[in-house]
Design a protein around this ligand. Structure first.
Ligand SMILES: *[C@@H]1O[C@H](CO)[C@@H](O)[C@H](O)[C@H]1NC(C)=O
Ligand SMILES: *[C@@H]1O[C@H](CO)[C@@H](O)[C@H](O)[C@H]1NC(C)=O
Length: 248
């Protein structure tokens, strides 16, 4: 009888994030997920992730809750306390980062924010990430909050500029694209990675795709001015971070 009762009640009263506290914050009484923990999309379908990483007690990680992650998100063990098994965590990060509440550790979300951000990076919501008002400020100050780590501080203020690239050249649209389509149209200040698309395009002019970065640190380097630093030749910058620096 006790066993049956405990089956019903224990999971609901003892939801606790165990094993790995990445992407969580302490709210005063419990560790809870940050908005960035679940801000990304799963690489495979949500339905498949729900099968692979079924919530131990029906509640899945969400911003502000303390749902227990599926064990398979981080360990091969089947009971807590469970040691983190790096392979298991890597598989979860690659396929089902959202279902496992690990979004903050994926590449796009895993970079430093500025030292003194103008807003609290830990409380930025998904709707702010899509907001015309917030996006450019967040890209500069809190890139990790919205998955802007690979954007070098340069994002479009609106999210669908790419639908019609001709607007970048349309005479009557210049005020608009300068304000809202900075990244797509290469109008960011040259201190950001994408601004260099216009200033350093001397390499080979315009192109629509770039060779892959050969370093995983390009986002951080770009934030420190690597893309525009003439200490390095254009060829060196292209060899390391062509995509991040948008060098043809
Ligand atoms: C966060 O993740 C890293 C890499 O998986 C791990 O080494 C570290 O112990 C984790 N930190 C916490 C607080 O769980
Ligand atoms: C902290 O989070 C837990 C779990 O979601 C919740 O029950 C509790 O009320 C929260 N505490 C505060 C101070 O917000």
């Amino acid at each position: 009888m006790y066993f049956l009762l405990s089956l019903f009640f224990v999971p609901f009263t003892h939801a606790v994030i165990g094993g790995d506290l990445n992407c969580t914050t302490y709210n005063g009484t419990a560790f809870v997920y940050t908005p960035a923990a679940v801000a990304c999309d799963n690489a495979i379908s949500d339905a498949s992730c729900a099968v692979l990483y079924a919530a131990p007690d029906t509640l899945y990680p969400a911003a502000g809750n303390d749902a227990e992650r599926a064990y398979a998100c981080y360990t091969t063990a089947t009971a807590t306390p469970a040691a983190v098994v790096p392979d298991m965590k890597q598989a979860a990060l690659t396929n089902c980062a959202k279902t496992c509440g690990f979004c903050c550790q994926t590449d796009a979300y895993n970079c430093p924010n500025v030292q003194f951000p103008r807003l609290n990076c830990a409380t930025i919501t998904r709707s702010q990430c899509d907001s015309v008002t917030w996006r450019t400020i967040i890209a500069t100050d809190c890139p990790s909050a919205c998955g802007f780590c690979n954007q070098g501080g340069c994002v479009d203020a609106v999210t669908n500029c790419g639908n019609d690239l001709s607007i970048c050249q349309t005479v009557g649209m210049q005020d608009f694209v300068n304000t809202y389509c900075q990244r797509t149209c290469g109008r960011c200040p040259s201190t950001t990675a994408s601004g260099t698309a216009t200033t350093s395009s001397g390499s080979t002019g315009t192109c629509t795709s770039y060779i892959a970065d050969s370093s995983t640190s390009c986002a951080a380097w770009a934030a420190n001015g690597f893309c525009t630093n003439t200490f390095y030749t254009a060829a060196q910058r292209r060899a390391r971070c062509a995509t991040t620096c948008r060098i043809c």
